[in-house]
Design a protein around this ligand. Structure first.
Ligand code: SAM
Length: 457
């Protein structure tokens, strides 16, 4: 029988080489515990166990936090536990989250009456975080009335440069265009009108993926056989607005004293932004090196809400972020020519080992991985330098991050960031293991997610 012809014989060969490398990997059944031992010894610290939940998922049941269904980051309970722990040490702390995302740290700060500031490069996430922080004083009757009377006769076109007709079925799309048209017709002349409009826009952004043929888990991808009823946009939009109104009512009844506490998110780059304020607590979860794409995962909402209008703008936002392993090749090629600003002996030997292993393996997903690793720590060094400058004496910098296995080389991201903190003059107070993870490359290799606590003496 004639063999089946493949259109991409080279690709098939590449996949075989990849599988073979996984099978032969010296890291099979290995673990970060063994591989991080020499680094820990040099740092003179040990990893403590931590039992508290840090996943984002519990936020879906938390008031305000539940408004936007994003899966990255940590839970509000995790942030609250930190506040409880340091209650006696800081009287009314000022809090910073340099990678604010959809605002978990900042919203929780405000619920405690603490002033907070965040920086965030994704304009959609900044908008969501800012709306969650600054609309506590609106009239819920007005919100519900505006939602009910939203004009349905004006359709606003679906974004032209997305594959909208694949993403939504025809009836759903017509109704989404109606909601978008209705939102655009709303006035925002007064501050009150603007807040109501922002809350409705947030509700619209929160239902888009549920109305689509996609799912975010945590990456955005098509789901086979997902059936979405044509009426879903109006049903889900209504439900979301009611949920928001319910939470605002509760906030006004129980957290009335904190409505005017300052909480804001600045659309800016944490690598370059210099804060005028000083902070007592910096709590954050930076992008992970093998992390999520914080632009492409939110492109549907970003484009429907007109925060970006074309592919070039999306790419620009992504290129400005702390790099991860899906960064554009061009950006890394330019970086190779640059002189990097931070290095240390660990990083140099990790990069050299990755380079050697990529040559030995003959194939790897990205051959520019050593430069990506260098740029990740370079970018984080810039962010941490700014944090150290704006941290008060006695202030703490707490970050949650995961480590990586790259081309059979263990990268102790947590310990490297702790070391950068040390180089910048902070003291490592403790490093706790938040949970075990598995390497995406070699499933039998155990990685971890850590909570690093640094203190400025
Ligand atoms: C792990 S997420 C933080 C999630 C957040 N803790 C939450 O609960 O929503 C990292 C965030 O950093 C943002 N980011 C990446 N690079 C940035 C930079 N250079 N400046 C500011 N924000 C950045 C991403 O857009 C993303 O929202």
């Amino acid at each position: 029988m004639e063999s089946i012809r493949t259109l991409f014989p080279l690709e098939e060969g590449r996949i075989d080489a990849r599988k073979e490398n996984i099978l032969k990997s010296p890291k099979k059944n290995g673990s970060c515990e063994v591989d991080s031992a020499p680094y820990l010894e040099e740092l003179g610290v040990e990893i403590l166990e931590n039992e508290q939940p840090i996943q984002f998922t519990p936020n879906i049941n938390e008031h305000i936090h539940r408004w936007a269904p994003y899966v990255q980051g940590f839970s509000a309970i995790f942030v609250q536990n930190i506040f409880n722990k340091y209650k006696k040490e800081y009287d009314n702390p000022t809090v910073l989250d340099p990678f604010a995302g959809c605002g978990t740290v900042l919203v929780q700060s405000k619920l405690n009456g603490y002033k907070s500031i965040g920086t965030e490069l994704n304009p959609l996430l900044r908008f969501i975080a800012d709306t969650k922080l600054n609309c506590w004083d609106i009239s819920t009757t007005h919100l519900l009335k505006t939602c009910k009377s939203l004009r349905k006769d004006r359709m606003s076109p679906a974004p032209a440069f997305l594959k909208s007709s694949n993403q939504f079925n025809e009836n759903v799309m017509q109704n989404l265009k109606r909601i978008k048209g209705g939102l655009q017709a709303l006035s925002e002349k007064t501050e009150k009108q603007k807040k109501i409009k922002d809350l409705l826009k947030l509700a619209f952004s929160a239902i888009l993926v549920d109305c689509s043929n996609l799912k975010r888990s945590p990456c955005l991808g098509y789901v086979k056989n997902k059936v979405v009823n044509g009426s879903a946009p109006f049903v889900l939009f209504d439900r979301k607005v009611n949920e928001i109104a319910e939470d605002i009512k509760l906030i006004q009844a129980e957290y009335g004293d904190f409505i005017d506490v300052e909480g804001k998110v600045i659309l800016t780059n944490a690598m370059t932004f210099r804060h005028k304020n000083k902070f007592d607590l910096v709590i954050t979860s930076p992008p992970y090196m093998n992390g999520l794409d914080y632009v492409m995962n939110y492109k549907i909402e970003m484009v429907w809400l007109e925060f970006v209008n074309n592919q070039k703008e999306l790419k620009q936002i992504k290129d400005d972020m702390v790099v991860c392993d899906n960064v554009s090749k061009g950006l890394i090629a330019n970086f190779e020519k640059d002189t990097s600003t931070y290095t240390n002996n660990w990083l140099e030997s990790i990069k050299a080992d990755i380079k050697t292993n990529i040559v030995r393996r003959g194939a790897y997903r990205r051959t520019d991985m050593p430069y990506i690793v260098q740029k990740y720590f370079d970018d984080m060094f810039q962010v941490m330098k700014n944090i150290v400058i704006s941290l008060n004496k006695g202030g703490r910098f707490i970050l949650v991050v995961g480590d990586s296995l790259i081309a059979d080389v263990y990268v102790p991201t947590d310990l490297l960031l702790a070391k950068i903190g040390q180089d910048l003059g902070l003291e490592i107070e403790k490093i706790e293991k938040a949970r075990d993870r598995r390497s995406g490359q070699i499933r039998s290799y155990k990685l971890r997610e850590s909570i690093i606590t640094l203190i400025k003496r």
